[in-house]
Design a protein around this ligand. Sequence first.
Ligand code: PHE
Length: 457
Amino acid sequence: MSQRETWATRAGFILAAVGSAVGLGNIWQFPFKTSEYGGATFLVVYLVAALGIGLPAMLAEFVIGRKSNLNAISAFEKLGHRSWKWVGILGVATGFWILSYYSVVGGWVLRYIGGSVTGAYFADPAGYFGQVSAGPEALALHALFMIFVVAIVAGGVEDGIEKATKLMVPSIVVILGVLAVWVFTLPGAAPGYSYFLSPDLSTLSLSVSFDPLPSFSGPLTEIIPFAVSQAFFSLSLGMGAMITYASYVGDDQSLFGDSITVVVFNSAVGILAGLVVIPLLFVQGIEPGSGGAGALFVSLATAFAELPAGRLVGAVFFAVVLIAALSSAISLLEVVVSYAVDNYGARRPQISAALGGLIFLLGIPSAWDTAWLTWFDNLAYQLLLPLSVLGILLFIGWVYGRPAVEELLNGSSMGSGVGVSWLWLVRTVVLLGVILTLALGVQTLFFAENPAIVPPL
Ligand code: PHE
């Protein structure tokens, strides 16, 4: 095996982790899922999940990655627990699954850069979305997006990923910030803020009955799996990405500090995107929840059509979203590529291209019809993501506890109390939270009146 690459600088790792975390998950999924599943209630559950489950789970992935210095699958063997390899495999499979439709949405973004420059969507934003989001054009753009991803990953860790992300992080914040301020001045935005920011406490309820199997009802039944998995998706958890990135990190770095930076920053970007998109939906009289996967694209396109210099602003905005999407997508592909490079001595460029091709094929249904995209997405949220994170937590909590605490404390000035508290949190509350999420997801997927597992054929 050749000498393994490492991040050139400490900031390189944080930036790459933030670059992986900040992506379509924050800018596209978060506002769309929030407006679909209960507005402010969703936000509350999401924030609790990001801090209460996401942060401890991210530390677990960081520990596995840094301790093993290996890719997400081999890591478990190296730590002496071969039988837990399935957790790594499940993570990689989840990443594969998600990247297949992530890339389709990345293709839409590409299309919208062009559409902004020419003003193609100005006349009929909703009609335009319908036209470009599915069918041959969407397929071609999905291919183009995958080609970009492969090209960056083929370049290797330092060259490709580190450089691409340095530029993206600040520009996203600035553009979203300016847009948020502009939206604030629009008439009709006010109800959007209350929908997004002031939760109706009566919707925070969940009841369970046993007959003899447990079955859940109440508004949270649907909100919890989507909001908790949104936190996983958005923090790049349960897909081996953070394990892989942390495997390139040195022992002198505080994993704890790094994870807090990523979680806080990532949630802030999501909320900022929500502050742009959700009030805009209200300004345009679009019922929240009716926008579906097109919410971001339709609402912003309408806004750019009205803005002075809308073409320029639109093109710049979608260009930045593209960079965010790319930096996330490369971390998904990197997971599988690093496995092949570590184990089979595969050559980076070839293996990146081969795997990119497979992911493209898996994404064809989603590019052809958005009903398929929604189906892929639901399966990821309601089953794959919580299951995969559950595996990580079980491993760290109940199998690899003590050495994990030691590894966590390496490079940090914190006392061992913090590490032990983390471990107990992982073993108990955090684990139960994920089990509940999974149970609720499985209920709607398999046991509801119209089980969501049925594919849209
Ligand atoms: N977190 C990314 C986003 O929000 C998606 C992603 C998930 C990227 C997992 C890499 C790994 O868009």
